[in-house]
Design a protein around this ligand. Structure first.
Ligand SMILES: [Zn+2]
Length: 250
């Protein structure tokens, strides 16, 4: 059951205590919609923070089911969820955390047309997938539909986060950074991942999404933030338009 206005003001009072965050900002979050693709190590954490922060409409997509190797970092899931669809389980859990929001789950592998359709009805897209092919496709539909894209990746002790404000100006894109031929065999299964590093990336993605949804700037727009949790270093690289990129030149 949805909480009263007064109770919700109390729930979000620590947001409202920020000097640049108003009732209007929280209202914007309540009417905002996000599309989170991939409910794994990044998606579980990003979706949990976005749900608890009061994002009113969350669409979750994952066709995969919960596996025991997921449990250390995919913190919405526990042993009782093994074998069940990730988006479906995440939806149930998020609604328990925050009954004031709407959550929709899509449990199939989305093709370009459906991805485009879903992207069109939201305010921001979070790419929490774990393979280059999906990332390039999501990048393509976000450019086509001029939607902000927040892209994250985590492997070993390293996290990558990039933001593309395609809604403001298309300056460069994910395809300028990586192209299909860059597909390599590195993944969490092969290279490993320290569980909380995935959470760090998911948390940064949720933060960037909230900034965009309340109308703030993202300093990561057309930039890639590389966090090295082993050596505690980080770098921010500008993503320049690639002359050979066919996606953002159109
Ligand atoms: Zn490009």
């Amino acid at each position: 059951m949805t909480e009263s206005h007064e109770i919700q003001n109390l729930r979000y009072s620590r947001h409202l205590g920020l000097d640049d965050f108003t009732q209007q900002s929280q209202k914007k979050l309540a009417t905002a919609s996000v599309f989170i693709i991939g409910i794994g190590g990044l998606g579980t954490v990003a979706s949990l923070y976005l749900a608890n922060s009061g994002i009113g409409n969350i669409i979750l997509n994952d066709y995969d089911s919960v596996d025991i190797t997921n449990l250390p970092r995919q913190i919405l899931f526990s042993s009782g969820d093994l074998g069940k669809n990730k988006a479906e389980i995440a939806k149930k859990k998020l609604l328990k955390f925050n009954p004031n929001i709407n959550v929709r789950s899509l449990t199939e592998k989305l093709k370009e047309e459906k991805l485009g359709e879903m992207t069109l009805v939201v305010d921001a897209v979070l790419d929490c997938t774990d393979n280059l092919q999906s990332r390039l496709l999501i990048n393509k539909v976000c450019i086509k539909n001029k939607k902000p894209l927040i892209s994250g990746a985590a492997i070993r002790y390293e996290g990558h986060i990039a933001v593309f404000r395609n809604d403001i100006a298309i300056k460069s894109c994910y395809n300028c950074l990586y192209q299909q031929e860059d597909e390599n065999i590195e993944d969490c299964e092969g290279s490993g991942i320290l569980a909380p590093v995935a959470g760090t990336v998911g948390t940064v993605m949720a933060t960037e999404a909230i900034k965009i949804l309340v109308g703030k700037e993202s300093m990561l727009d057309n930039r890639l933030w590389i966090l090295d949790a082993k050596n505690n270093t980080n770098q921010v690289l500008k993503i320049r338009k690639s002359k050979t990129c066919q996606v953002c030149s159109l």
